[in-house]
Design a protein around this ligand. Structure first.
Ligand SMILES: Nc1ncnc2c1ncn2[C@@H]1O[C@H](COP(=O)(O)OP(=O)(O)OP(=O)(O)O)[C@@H](O)[C@H]1O
Ligand SMILES: [Mg+2]
Length: 242
């Protein structure tokens, strides 16, 4: 009965935002934000934020821990709705765009990589289910994780479960980055993607990012070295008021 209760409450849970299916499909390129406000419940996290990410550019965002950088990326994915201001994708308000269209063209590489109990290859392929082995390998190379995977006895067929806790934070993170490269979407939101990496792996990944010159990339980072590849860098102030 207790587990039944938990399953039922999960099934009854309402998402924060409703999917849109009667809106419009757009070509994803730029993001424009003006005077944006957002609060989780009553606590104001973002106030009067203005920034613009031009098509094909890399836009950096940095700021202190807790100032709302990940929150801003979640608003760009419409995981939450903003309270005020403008949030336009390719010139159209985000809430007018079909959710499926949004998910197909915008990806969010989170701070923590969640791995499923499957092979390493399939964990990367989640980003594009019909990807060929060649595409998966290419993405892994761009994310500087191919050599590590190849060194395992079963290579890409290694079960994540078999590795137990053997994967380091940086290795997990690079699997997450390989997903972002494989997805091939137009707008890539990358949250602290180099936080667990040494400078060699960081350099390889930044070079791969620099080479994807047709993508619009938003790079959230604490590291100056990571932000050095950005065309524009914004500093997000911690202007939180309860
Ligand atoms: N789902 C949530 N409900 C309520 N408050 C939240 C939620 N998610 C985040 N917060 C709060 O919002 C603030 C901003 O969080 P956010 O994760 O955006 O910060 P951040 O700038 O990404 O920090 P970091 O650099 O440590 O990743 C924090 O004070 C956090 O506690
Ligand atoms: Mg964050």
């Amino acid at each position: 009965m207790a587990s039944g209760d938990r399953v039922l409450s999960l099934l009854e849970e309402e998402p924060e935002t409703k999917d849109i299916s009667n809106g419009m499909n757009v070509d994803f390129d730029s993001i424009d934000i003006k005077n944006l406000d957002f609060a989780y419940n009553t606590e104001k996290i973002l106030q009067n934020i203005t920034l613009s990410c031009k098509s094909g550019n890399i836009t950096g965002i940095y700021g202190k821990s807790g100032c709302g950088k990940s929150t801003l990326l979640k608003l760009m994915m419409r995981f939450w709705n903003r309270d005020g201001g403008i949030l336009n994708l390719s010139g159209y308000p985000i809430e007018n765009i079909n959710t499926q269209n949004l998910r197909e063209h915008e990806s969010y590489c989170t701070q923590d990589t969640f791995l499923f109990n499957d092979t390493i290859g399939n964990n990367i392929r989640i980003a594009k289910l019909n990807a060929s082995d060649k595409e998966v390998t290419k993405a892994a190379k761009s994310a500087s994780i191919h050599d590590f995977i190849s060194s395992l006895p079963n290579g890409y067929n290694t079960q994540i479960g078999e590795l137990g806790d053997r994967l380091s934070g940086g290795e997990k993170q690079r699997i997450g980055i390989a997903r972002a490269f494989l997805s091939g979407v137009n707008i890539m939101l990358l949250d602290e993607l180099t936080s667990n990496l040494d400078s060699l792996n960081e350099a390889i990944i930044l070079k791969s990012l620099k080479n994807t010159n047709d993508k619009t990339i938003i790079l959230v980072s604490h590291r100056k070295s990571t932000l050095s590849i950005a065309d524009t860098v914004y500093y997000l102030e911690n202007n939180r008021r309860s």
